[in-house]
Design a binder for this molecule. Structure first.
Ligand code: GLY
Ligand code: MN
Ligand code: MN
Length: 415
């Protein structure tokens, strides 16, 4: 599987080029504690390895042949006694399928041999890295490596190779879809467990604990920090305090997901804490639910996520006008201000390309919402879908979402 992906990468690389991707490492937080390590997903996608301080290097020679190398940290006996051994070369080889495993301190010698003896120094040599930056502009390992490389070998040109992996990662293969389905199935069980234990006047964090229990029991991680917001809190898109009392007759919005081998479910369900929607909650809920179903019916190859969002806004224009919410200068954007979709996979907000026309094999979310702060009603209904030849499959079909199904389930379990 990883070999197939590496070959797909090689196909896209220009002749006479080197591609490097790093696994990354966790920075220190306080004292001798570190933030949890989260592997670079491009590295993981190509190797299946999730350990710190590794580098994968693909080389494409002038005649089109290729080489693959993995650079890892040497085994450290003291480290093994304190926190467990680092991965051994044979283990790294078995997982990744890369037989040429070297130690990190051999990197520059290897590069020197390649550039001086194996590659065509007369033609153009390209170094490809992932130079994607976040808002804090913290340099990635690729930046540091590229700088040192071009200082030493100024005739090497540097290009961003991240888009090559993006185009591969956008199309999910069967193994990836299986992992996503498993993550969604655990998320389903965990949401049902929340509904089962829900009662008025419990704390948001107490409700959240019923989700966490199922994830931990399945040895699953969270896709992202869970959002469990009741009443007005549900109108804050990325609410994360999850520590308020859930009053009787309020809705609780739960946006959460289980992650299996880094494949992330991203589901939102909104339900009444006492198991019964009020007429007003039901009215708004059904507008969002119909929006969710309407957008799902529009999905097919070539449509863009931006077009889907425009369709949702048009639909809301009609529906919100009917119930008098668009008076006194109010617009749809006062009640709905995010996008309806994002790609899903190894990252919850997965990689994508600008204005990308959907293709068979894409997985993305459909998550319309409506947020009426003055009425303390926040509703979002989020599903995860797979694009097919002529439409889509709802991977989260099993997770109940109609008013009738939620009320029936909650009343049965509340007895
Ligand atoms: N949980 C963030 C999102 O739904 O996009
Ligand atoms: Mn979500
Ligand atoms: Mn989402």
């Amino acid at each position: 599987m990883y070999q197939k992906r590496r070959n797909q990468l090689i196909e896209q690389m220009p002749l006479n080029s080197i591609f490097c991707v790093f696994s990354g490492n966790a920075p220190y937080s306080v004292g001798d504690e570190k933030y949890p390590f989260s592997v670079d997903r491009n590295f993981y996608y190509l190797t299946g390895l999730d350990k710190e301080n590794m580098m994968y290097m693909a080389v494409k020679y002038e005649n089109g042949t290729a080489a693959h190398m993995l650079f890892i940290e040497p085994f450290d006996e003291q480290m093994a006694k304190w926190v467990g051994g680092r991965i051994l070369p044979k283990e790294a080889a078995a997982i990744s399928g890369i037989s040429d495993i070297r130690m990190n301190d051999e990197r520059w010698n290897t590069i020197c041999m390649l550039l001086n003896y194996r590659m065509d120094r007369v033609g153009k040599i390209t170094f490809l890295g992932d130079f994607t930056l976040q808002e804090d502009h913290q340099k990635r390992d690729a930046h540091i490596f590229a700088k040192e490389l071009t200082d030493k070998y100024p005739y090497v040109s540097v290009e961003n190779g991240a888009y090559m992996l993006t185009s591969l990662r956008l199309i999910k293969d069967d193994e990836e879809i299986e992992k996503l389905k498993k993550a969604i199935s655990v998320t389903n069980q965990a949401i049902l467990n929340m509904m089962k234990h829900a009662h008025a006047d419990m704390k948001e964090n107490e409700l959240e604990a019923h989700f966490d229990f199922i994830l931990k029991s399945h040895n699953c991680k969270h896709s992202f920090p869970s959002i469990v917001g009741s009443g007005k809190n549900a109108t804050i898109l990325h609410y994360g305090d999850n520590n308020q009392t859930i009053k009787d007759d309020t809705l609780v919005l739960c946006d959460l997901g289980a992650s299996i081998e880094y494949y992330n479910a991203d589901i939102t369900r909104t339900f009444p804490i006492n198991g019964k929607f009020t007429p007003r909650q039901k009215q708004i809920y059904n507008i969002v639910l119909e929006g969710n179903r309407y957008i799902m019916s529009l999905v097919k190859p070539q449509v863009t996520l931006r077009e889907l969002n425009t369709k949702l806004i048009e639909y809301y224009e009609t529906e919100l006008k009917k119930i008098g919410l668009l008076e006194n200068g109010k617009t749809v954007r006062d009640y709905y201000w995010h996008g309806v979709s994002h790609m899903l996979g190894l990252e919850t907000h997965d990689v994508s390309l600008s204005n990308y026309p959907l293709q068979k094999g894409n997985v993305f979310t459909i998550e319309p919402g409506l947020y009426l702060e003055e009425e303390e009603i926040g509703i979002r209904i989020e599903d995860n879908v797979l694009v097919t030849e002529d439409g889509c499959i709802n991977l989260s079909e099993e997770i109940i979402k109609s008013v009738e199904d939620i009320e029936a389930y909650m009343s049965k379990n509340g007895e």
